[in-house]
Ligand binder design. Sequence first.
Ligand code: ADP
Ligand code: DP6
Ligand code: CO
Length: 338
Amino acid sequence: MAADKWVLSVTAQTPTNIAVIKYWGKRDEELILPINDSISVTLDPGHLCTTTSVAVSPAFTHDRIWLNGKEVSLSGGRFQNVLREIRSRATDYEDEKRGIKITKKEWEKLRVHIVSYNNFPTAAGLASSAAGLACLVFSLAKLMNVKEDHSQLSAIARQGSGSACRSLYGGFVKWIMGKEDNGSDSVAVQLADEKHWDDLVVIIAVVSSKQKETSSTSGMRDTVETSELIKHRAKEVVPKRIKEMEAAIAKRDFPSFARLACADSNQIISGVEKWNRHEGTPQVAYTFDAGPNAVLISKDRKTAALLLQRLLFQFPPQSDADLNSYVIGDKTILKDAG
Ligand code: ADP
Ligand code: DP6
Ligand code: CO
């Protein structure tokens, strides 16, 4: 085969994750080291997810990326950090059938083309950077024959977007903030796998696909620079919540899970609170990332059905309205209806 006639590619799919104890604030902007631990739930694959194909060929002259069909710049520090970290860990690759051989040294010179697609709104507060950067790291690592384990890959994904380190694992995941200045111990660990608490149903109410006005990166930077309260949150509030949340997950204790997730989220849905009060014990937890879209977690499938009924009644999906989809943890109930 002529030297420039081959293309080697890998495609991967990664679900997003929704934090129930949030990461908000960095102690190191370059390495993306957080000021507190965080805990999230990774959604089932296929619903809110990123699909990324990465390819190398001797014919490619530049690294390039297309996001949702449009070429975007790869020059940002984060993409470059991820590419550098993966390239430096590439190992020899050989496909005898196709006559392709790439040594560790040659990987450094080969340019990569990346095509990525999110099946949910990008930069709208539904953690596209988590699914996106985790998928990028995972697919590049597969392509370049990187032999690191998930924990080490999570530390690389973290350098692309903090929340991305948690999407390397399914189920319930903790991002340990770590102590080291070089970030080597700031990694994600799985607290419980996806089968552990099978009853939980996550419903995402997409009320707006518009790009949020403040990116997570700059929002948390402003908070760290201007808020006195954030120090108290990171040092006193979150460590206690993390312990309680870990215990709630281990025991599948929904009332505690709901209380903690709602307390850690930055907005209040009076409807959910009223319902939980009315029932006397929590039925549903809500949590928001940095945007208007709501994530609702119901304690079981029966409650999820009741919740959907209420949502559909109160906010019927309309083609001309912003609210156009309800996505449920393991089934897409309604998408772009109307
Ligand atoms: P979100 O709430 O969606 O995570 P952020 O402001 O944290 O919003 O991050 C949005 C940014 O993440 C995008 O502008 C883009 O740079 C990056 N991103 C999102 N999806 C992908 C993807 N599939 N591949 C690569 N980068 C992505
Ligand atoms: C509210 O991971 O998007 O979703 O690290 O700057 O890319 P960068 O920010 P990002 O922040 C996520 C913030 C959050 C809470 C969370 O996911 O823990
Ligand atoms: Co994000």
